[in-house]
Write a protein that binds this ligand. Structure first.
Ligand SMILES: C[S@@+](CC[C@H](N)C(=O)[O-])C[C@H]1O[C@@H](n2cnc3c(N)ncnc32)[C@H](O)[C@@H]1O
Length: 146
């Protein structure tokens, strides 16, 4: 399981607790590297550098609250057959709730669907306002490699 822009590692920890072998990647791995049993890799995802792992084929990829568009086309190719992409981040319309408000960090309508179209099977997709843990406009997708 690959947790991209893993931050404090809340999803990495959850996945590991469910029995997955987890790789967490972030600029700052001070939190993730403190989680026993998780491989934490410090890497600038926006540098254009190659992925910091070789021959990677993941059972799942988790990306939450992070958007760097140049990465998105390569995500389906990192999944093993049957692997799932779970992606949730802020979408246009979130500006009224606060940051992020820069369009560079807000998904366009349907953008997560576009990202996987023709490459992954969409299991679930939502574009909605949520109230918890704080008001936000988000898109979320679960899509599977076949
Ligand atoms: C809002 S936090 C989300 C953390 C985690 N995914 C979560 O939802 O709890 C965004 C994360 O992106 C990471 N990040 C920002 N720019 C990055 C970059 N260029 N390369 C790698 N990670 C980056 C930050 O260090 C931070 O941990």
């Amino acid at each position: 399981m690959l947790d991209l822009a893993a931050g404090g590692g809340r999803h990495a920890r959850l996945a590991q607790g469910r029995g997955y072998r987890v790789t967490a990647v972030d600029l700052d791995i001070s939190a993730a590297s403190a989680i026993p049993g998780i491989e934490a890799i410090a890497h600038d995802l926006e540098s254009g550098a190659p992925w910091p792992f070789t021959d990677a084929s993941f059972e799942g990829i988790i990306v939450t609250n992070y958007l760097w568009r140049p990465l998105m086309p390569s995500l389906p190719g990192l999944l093993a057959p049957g692997g799932a992409l779970l992606y949730e981040t802020f979408a246009r319309g979130h500006e009224r709730f606060g940051k992020p408000s820069n369009p560079a960090f807000l998904l366009r309508p349907g953008e997560l669907l576009e990202c996987v179209r023709g490459r992954l099977r969409v299991v679930a997709y939502e574009e909605l306002e949520i109230a918890e843990p704080r008001p936000a406009k988000v898109q979320r997708i679960a899509a599977v490699a076949e």
